[in-house]
Design a protein. Sequence first.
Length: 372
Amino acid sequence: MTGPAPEIKSRPDWNNWKWQVSNTQSTRAQLASFLNTPSLTDGLSRVIEKYPWAATPYYFSLIDTHDAQDPIKRQCVPCEHELDFSLPGSDPDPLAEKSHSPYPGLIHRYQDRVLVIATSRCFSYCRHCNRKRNWNAGNTVPTSADIKKMVQYISARRHIREVIISGGDPLTLSAEMLDRMLHDLRKADNVEVLRLGTRVPVVLPMRITKELTTLLKAHRPLWINTHFNHPRELTDDAASACDRLLCAGIPVSNHTVLLKGVNDDVDTLRSLFTGLNRIMVRPYYLFHCDAAKGTDHFRTSIETGVRIMQKLWGETGGLCIPRYVVDLPAGGGKAPVMPSFLLHSDGNTAVFRTSEGRIVKYRGALGAGGNV
Ligand SMILES: *Cc1c(COP(=O)(O)O)cnc(C)c1O
Ligand code: SF4
């Protein structure tokens, strides 16, 4: 594991997250300077008007500036393809979240869990984000009155047992607001667990301070889901941030989005998932890239995803293998896509093709029925 060059890291304040936030790159001039051009093209100007940009100095420093197709750069530096709306199916709200929203900021798509949009702000804006439609909507942090309404909604539906706090990135909230929100959401006594979705360990690991982990620890059972997409994001700083969460008794799992030109090959994903395993972060989902408007250039085929998963099953252990899922349009929910090992089965025999391509028979298969 590596990370930013030593001369950058030795700057005073580099490890101070507040310094990182106040030195976030987000202006037109900073983008032009990075691209080494006196002024932005009209195309890029239109991109950042529609989809603003921001990257912490830490995340920005991970870019290899000699590589035009650098995977970190592709994730955080705007490009003109974001206004190519040529692929069929692209939608600003690809998962129909709006129509599954009983109250602004609350999304209820599955029976036993709801999702709260805690803010629309992030420390770095991922160009592949499936909620990029919200970036220009102004910050939408729920008020105490909003949370109260959400708690009423949740309390009235006893089958809800989990609240997922997402965004935007909930760890952009002040410690006081976050603490109050986590506390208030628990007022619905049917809530058994909280889950927080955050990219902070990846883009601003220094934000995971001792004070923050102490705060989070007080709200256990609390799970964290983070979002590493490339092995180069697994720096020493990121590993330490995850370790601080784990040592506070907070399990950390990971979502990866399958992104063309970033991680859509076996070697990159093997190295990412085994790297996560090494820092004790569980690969949870590999998401097929949603058909979010403004992300067409990141979409690859489902066949590519299946082929990668098939290889991984043959090569590495179960703790390194996430579930590959397609989040279906129109609010159809997540559909797992498994490489197919079972070729055929009847009352007596099930026929499999192994990951190396051998045909193996399992005899005494019970056929239809069983104990289900
Ligand atoms: C993905 C998602 C969840 C969480 O689903 P899990 O399968 O439990 O990770 C919950 N609510 C919404 C709206 C989601 O999109
Ligand atoms: S951190 Fe999450 S919500 Fe924020 S821009 Fe990235 S993908 Fe979107």
